[in-house]
Design a protein around this ligand. Structure first.
Ligand code: C2O
Ligand code: CU
Ligand code: CU
Length: 504
């Protein structure tokens, strides 16, 4: 175990980094005083028994002190920004009451959760109108992982997430509980939601002023809803559950002193083997759990986490007990079922940029099912990005309802940290990424680019997982119903609504 290779590469194609984009908004080092990193509280279950967990998740509007001076109007789940962290335990029956106390319609999408669609999954077919609530019930049926909850009322997903609607979800299971990982939440097991924002007059957000069809960005890093955060390190080892929760931004992460860190989990669960890095790039919606070992530091030292050359979090080192825990070379076994015989390779082509973005040559239509998958099928899906190699962008491709495996990138081995379960994968321009995808929940689900403005702009499709012995029909939303609701809630005529994605 002493001799694991240390990767020093971001792996993605450098000419496609978002820094090369004409509209790129570089991060700027915050000049406001350092603030203690906000750690989202754990959402307390309304009830927990040996078999069941019951929660209430409320989408609400509030105000958050983000900068000195006026508070910022923000949205969150059970809090004013982002959300309380929700824990689901594998094997339990989960009941969640979803409440909408916002002034407009929203949905509650469980990104990465293995549940039926389209209602429990919470995409655009599951609107909850202001003042209303709805209960969902499902069995938690997956391995330990770091997932998230976010709004998904297409084509208004991007703006609602920009206002703050994103929360961490942690799935726990028996296997994870027996591995030598830190798991004292808030002390040595820390969520890190990476986002960026621009603040306008009176410290307010103004999504429309910042609008860019290739993805909205701001110059100020915001971590767990904290600007310029520090974290007090009181243990030698720290587990960071990192989420790229930005609308558009890629994060190129590295620590001061090029401190080595170890990735132990990707989007959908623990990696088969730990992977050592000095540099790690995340594209939108991807997660990485990493372990950082501060043994070489003294109380009073500071270790900084950067993206490119901008500090994101200052880790202030305090006294800690010596910790000799060694990670095993092998962490978990990931089942790898064979592809269903006589199944052809499924093609998904992501093309265009700006308003031209499409999947398989067409824009999203809520009323159209693009593909049908038989329940239980395991298939190869080839995801291509036809953008130009030197001027195009990386599209982070995401699928609801499943955790896939990455088989290859243009026929080559996937990146070293892509050997575990994933639900989102950054696809380079000119590249085809082959996925092995299993379908084991019934329903209608979305697959799309996770640059939120591309998703809202129509770079999205949907598939139905069906059981030939029990065919079902689903009530699918339509754009007109949602736009009528938004218009009414905003007190404007439908023609005067200003939601960029609705025109694409
Ligand atoms: Cu993060 Cu369609 O989802
Ligand atoms: Cu999702
Ligand atoms: Cu995209």
């Amino acid at each position: 175990m002493a001799n694991r290779k240390v990767y020093t590469d971001y792996f993605f194609d450098e000419p496609a980094f978002n820094t090369h984009d004409g509209g790129y908004v570089p991060l700027e080092t915050p000049t406001t005083p350092q603030e203690k990193l906000r750690i989202p509280a754990l959402l307390q279950p309304d009830q927990e028994t040996p078999t069941d967990m019951t929660y209430t998740v409320t989408a609400q509007a509030g105000e958050t002190q983000l900068l000195p001076g006026p508070k910022t109007k923000t949205w969150g789940y059970n809090t004013s920004i982002l959300g309380k962290t929700i824990v689901f335990k594998d094997g339990k029956n989960i009941h969640v009451t979803l409440k909408n106390q916002l002034p407009e319609v929203t949905t509650f999408h469980w990104h990465g959760l293995n549940v039926s669609g389209p209602i429990v999954d919470g995409g655009c077919h599951a609107p909850i109108y202001p003042g209303e609530s709805h209960q969902i019930d499902f069995k938690c049926d997956q391995v330990a992982a770091t997932l998230w909850l976010h709004a998904h009322p297409c084509p208004e997903t991007a703006e609602q997430v920009w206002r703050g609607l994103a929360a961490m979800v942690i799935v726990q299971d028996k296997t994870e509980s027996q591995l030598p990982f830190p798991r004292n939440y808030g002390v040595d097991d820390i969520p890190l939601v990476l986002q960026d924002r621009r603040f306008h007059q009176n410290n307010q957000l103004d999504y429309m002023a910042d609008y860019d069809p290739d993805g909205v960005q701001g110059p100020t890093p915001m971590i767990n809803g904290t600007i310029n955060p520090y974290f007090d390190v009181t243990t030698q080892r720290l587990r960071l559950r990192i989420l790229d929760g930005a609308n558009r931004r890629e994060w190129r992460l590295h620590f001061s002193d090029n401190l080595k860190f170890t990735q132990i989990a990707s989007d959908g669960g623990i990696l088969p083997e730990p992977v050592d890095f000095t540099h790690l790039m995340l594209t939108c919606a991807e997660r990485a759990e990493i372990l950082v070992d501060f043994s070489q530091y003294q109380p009073g030292d500071e270790v900084t986490l950067y993206s490119d050359d901008v500090p994101l979090v200052h880790f202030r080192i305090h006294q800690f007990a010596k910790d000799d825990t060694k990670l095993p070379d092998h962490l978990v076994e990931i089942p790898d079922p064979p592809v269903t015989p006589n199944t052809k390779v499924h093609q998904v082509v992501m093309s265009g940029m700006d308003e031209q973005v499409e999947i398989n040559g067409t824009k999203f239509d809520m009323q159209r099912i693009d593909d049908k998958q038989k329940i239980g099928n395991v298939e190869y899906w080839d995801i291509s990005n036809t953008n130009d190699k030197s001027t195009g962008m990386i599209h982070p491709y995401h699928m609801h309802a499943t955790q896939f495996r990455i088989v290859s990138r243009n026929g080559h081995a996937p990146y070293p940290n892509e050997r575990g379960l994933k639900d989102t994968v950054g696809v380079n321009p000119g590249e085809t990424v082959r996925l092995k995808v299993g379908f084991n929940k019934l329903g209608v689900f979305m697959n799309h680019c996770h640059i939120l403005e591309h998703e809202d702009g129509g770079m999205m499709a949907q598939f139905e997982v069906y059981d030939p012995d029990h065919p079902k029909t689903y009530h699918l939303m339509d754009m007109d119903t949602l736009m009528t609701a938004f218009a009414k809630e905003r007190g404007v005529k439908k023609e005067d609504l200003n939601i960029p994605g609705m025109h694409m």
